[in-house]
Design a binder for this molecule. Structure first.
Ligand SMILES: Cc1cc2nc3c(=O)[nH]c(=O)nc-3n(C[C@H](O)[C@H](O)[C@H](O)COP(=O)(O)OP(=O)(O)OC[C@H]3O[C@@H](n4cnc5c(N)ncnc54)[C@H](O)[C@@H]3O)c2cc1C
Length: 334
């Protein structure tokens, strides 16, 4: 995805007062670098570099674990030190605040992105940091059908499970055989598809009390014809590039589809296409997308989301629910 714009840099004046004590941070940094090595750490990492909206201030520390044991170590260390942590995939469904995040971001991606075939026919297992597009490609290479819809979704498997990502004729939840997680007690668990409680853009992993880290998942696919699979992927990809503002930073559809309606259509009918707050704008190509025109602050995007939601509620009596997740905001306005 090539992205246009002159993106916002983290702004020093946005830093919050107080926060994690300096000694605690130094101790954390030392413990992390002994276990993961300094290359797997970044202090004051600018979140805007790690999210598709291209906004957001710094987090105190970002760590890049590459093994299950390193993820378990990272989460446990933060818990022991009483420092909040957040699991980040590709940041394609996330709006971090301009102030950033007063905690540790554990980013799962490169190095924790293996995909392998399982003994059971038609089953692929992927680590949480694997891209959904890579999984779709792996399925195509094996002439397995079912994952075509995922080829153009820019997130990771972990984020896809949490969000029950879907498009066109499919959603990830329907293909899941098992999800492997790490719980707050440090124990590894396996959830069957039924236990994941998948519904439209929802899984139990979004519920705060669950608090599980997705380590990986296996999906069940069916044998298919390579050419047909390829054609379907190409068709979906063509439709995306025609209808979606892919050259601007966004988080995909900003709102969930309300029952019986399409969010984009409701927003367009309310006359909100092209509406902007600061550098954030309701896309003129697809009203369901809020885009960063290049210089948006996270606050602009948040204010525009709320303005769109309230206007549609006033004009149509339908309350749109944002799909995008938040990080580092003092209040959650929805
Ligand atoms: C251009 C564009 C098009 C898009 N099209 C679609 C689409 O067609 N369909 C669709 O469903 N979505 C779409 N999206 C949204 C997004 O790609 C999906 O929601 C995706 O599943 C998010 O994955 P991620 O890795 O980026 O998650 P992130 O944004 O990094 O995280 C999302 C949430 O999941 C949590 N999380 C991530 N990984 C883990 C883990 N391993 N363990 C526990 N929690 C975790 C995070 O803490 C956060 O709460 C689109 C986004 C963009 C930018």
């Amino acid at each position: 995805m090539s992205i246009q714009g002159d993106f916002q840099k983290p702004r020093e004046e946005n830093r919050r007062e107080g926060g994690i004590k300096k000694e605690t941070l130094e101790g954390l940094y030392r413990a992390f670098s002994e276990r993961l090595g300094e290359k797997a750490l970044r202090r004051e990492a600018p979140l805007w570099e790690h999210v598709s909206f291209r906004v957001g201030g710094p987090c105190r520390l970002m760590v890049f674990p590459q093994k299950e044991e390193e993820i378990a170590f990272s989460a446990e260390l933060c818990r022991q030190e009483g420092v909040p942590f957040f699991i980040l995939g590709r940041g394609t469904n996330l709006l971090p605040s301009d102030e950033g995040y007063e905690g540790v971001v554990i980013k799962l991606g490169a190095g924790f992105d293996g995909i392998r075939e399982e003994a059971r026919e038609g089953s692929l297992y992927a680590q949480a940091g694997a891209l959904l597009s890579s999984m779709a490609r792996a399925a195509l290479e094996r002439s397995l059908t079912g994952l075509e819809f995922a080829a153009g979704i820019p997130g990771t498997l972990g984020g896809g499970v949490v969000m029950n990502a879907g498009a066109y004729d499919g959603q990830l939840g329907s293909l899941i055989r098992q999800v492997r997680t790490l719980g707050t007690d440090g124990k590894i668990r396996c959830y069957s598809r039924e236990e994941c409680g998948f519904s439209y853009r929802h899984s139990i992993f979004q519920d705060q009390k669950q608090n599980e880290i997705i380590l990986g998942a296996s999906v069940s696919l069916l044998p298919g014809e390579t050419e047909r699979i390829r054609e379907k992927m190409e068709d979906f990809s063509r439709r995306r590039s025609e209808k979606q503002p892919l050259s601007f930073p966004s988080a995909g559809s900003t709102f969930k589809r309300p029952p019986g309606h399409f969010a984009g259509q409701l927003i367009e009918e309310a006359g909100l296409k092209g509406l902007s707050v600061g550098g954030a704008m309701v896309s003129t190509l697809h009203a369901g997308f809020i885009i960063n025109q290049g210089n948006a602050a996270a606050r602009d995007i948040m204010d525009l989301i709320l303005l769109v939601r309230d206007t549609v509620a006033d004009r149509r009596g339908i309350l749109l629910e944002p799909e995008v997740k938040l990080l580092g905001w003092e209040e959650t306005p929805w």
